[in-house]
Design a binder for this molecule. Structure first.
Ligand code: CMC
Length: 433
């Protein structure tokens, strides 16, 4: 990657009477940043930003978010347009290479990915080591990390060919692993990939086909699954992507880095929110109970939050939530399901988006608000939701990992701290304590 951010001005900071010049750096879109890289060396002062609300950790050319406008772009293309008009492998190519593929490039890419969909047979013993009721995210974390033992050479990350191989392998194998997690959890035999199917179609078959029955992929469901993959593919420097970059900054094996990202995604403030959002909607149950939950969300003495609402970056509706709302209607229509939870969700969205508390704080539905409803209609149990998110986000993670390694300004990530613990003191032997 060629560094493209440029200095557009200078900011001054005065610390204890002494002034320091700091370059103001600007990319192609979005807010400028103050370059503080030399500040500690020059002044002996750190910047302090827990939660990174005002800190850019890197330059990137992959994804752009305008949180105020509710806009999400992959390599300059609107995500809503990509979700409606392209396929997940086309978008994967775009994220990795920076441009949409032409027909020939697409054909080669698709064939490369499908040639890597199988898992090494010994991966199966990792699954056999899990309790049968293990959370599928636990299985995914462990087995994706285990791939590092099978493809150790892919860690020679300075060589383009080895890096490409790691990128293709992980994108190809993650649906097979995710489907295996599901099959293990429900106690069914694993279904091998079938490479004449699409990325999403193959995944659905690996999840829902059983040896005793014929299985045909429903094109409406396949399209919905593919859209869900596209919508979740990348989201700039979120917690899990930053985790992948931080792990990768030390030169760690790429599959181990993806395992680190998977672990970070698991939490309910990040990828786990779709599970939490669906549980909340089910708990509300009927439209007449919504005011009670809105009141709880506003009550500062109650830790309850409206799950699927609010976002660190979006202060308008998350554009992914709009596509997800449409997809939910398409899927429920196709399957002929009338789901009371959808009614609760739509009413809750209507009420909350007009309430002063939510409007003032820019709290609108995020991608997870509707995704739980659609994923459960597709037949996935709630504990698989985050696995599906991880599957899709793996393409973004590996694209970001690749970009980081190509960045000439890349260094090992090493934040500092403001220490507030005990000062130097003498050791006291145990019998004197
Ligand atoms: N319900 C009620 N109040 C909320 C909510 C919510 N869902 N989210 C934020 N607030 C309030 C919060 O109490 C605070 O109020 P005040 O200023 O009076 O103290 C204000 O809004 C700002 O909240 P914050 O916690 O400082 O915001 P954050 O940027 O640190 O947190 C968030 C972002 C996504 C963790 C948070 O909005 C949240 O917990 N939402 C619910 C969980 C969720 O849906 N997460 C999925 C995120 S999207 C998927 C992804 O990209 O990973």
């Amino acid at each position: 990657m060629e560094n493209k951010i440029k200095q557009t001005g200078t900011a001054q900071i005065t610390i204890e009477g002494k002034s320091y010049d700091l370059p103001i750096m600007k990319g192609s879109m979005g807010a400028p940043g103050i370059d503080v890289r030399a500040l500690y060396k020059q002044s002996g002062h750190f910047t302090f930003d827990p939660g990174f609300t005002s800190t850019c950790s890197t330059e990137s050319q992959i994804t752009f978010i305008d949180g105020g406008e509710g806009q999400l772009l992959y390599r300059g293309y609107d995500v809503e347009k990509l979700a409606e008009e392209s396929t997940s492998l086309e978008v994967a190519y775009l994220l990795i290479h920076g441009e949409l593929p032409n027909a020939k490039e697409y054909e080669t890419f698709e064939s490369t990915i499908t040639n890597h969909t199988m898992l090494h047979d010994q991966i199966e013993s990792f699954f056999q080591g899990y309790r049968r009721d293990s959370h599928p995210m636990s299985m995914l974390c462990g087995t994706v990390g285990a791939l590092s033992g099978f493809y150790h050479d892919d860690q020679h990350t300075t060589e383009d060919e080895a890096r490409d191989l790691a990128i293709h392998r992980i994108i190809a194998k993650i649906p097979t692993l995710a489907a295996r997690c599901y099959k293990y959890r429900v106690g069914q035999p694993s279904v091998y990939p079938q490479n004449n199917l699409s990325y999403a179609g193959n995944f659905l078959r690996m999840c829902f086909a059983v040896p005793a029955e014929p299985y045909e992929v429903n094109p409406v469901i396949e399209r919905a699954m593919d859209k869900i993959f596209i919508l979740h593919m990348d989201h700039e420097q979120n917690a899990s992507t930053s985790t992948v970059r931080l792990a990768g900054s030390s030169g760690a094996n790429p599959y181990a880095c993806i395992a680190a990202g998977t672990a970070c995604l698991w939490g309910p403030s990040h990828g786990g929110a779709n599970e939490a959002a669906l549980n909340m909607l089910k708990e509300i149950g009927t439209v007449d109970r919504i005011p009670e939950y809105i009141a709880r969300a506003k009550d500062k003495t109650d830790p309850f939050r409206l799950m699927g609402f609010g976002h660190r970056v979006y202060k308008a509706t998350d554009p992914r939530a709009r596509v997800m709302r449409r997809t939910t209607h398409e899927v429920l229509g196709e399957l002929g399901i009338s789901n009371p939870v959808l009614e609760v969700a739509m009413e809750l969205e209507k009420i909350a988006t007009n309430e002063d508390y939510f409007v003032k704080r820019g709290l609108y539905p995020n991608v997870d608000f509707y995704s739980g409803i659609v994923l459960s209609a597709l037949g996935f149990p709630t504990d698989m939701f985050t696995v599906l998110f991880a599957l899709a986000r793996t393409t973004g993670w590996i694209s970001q990992w690749n970009e980081m390694l190509e960045d000439p300004s890349q260094r090992i990530g090493r934040p500092r701290q403001l220490y507030s613990g005990a000062e130097l003191r003498d050791f006291v032997p145990m019998d004197k304590r």
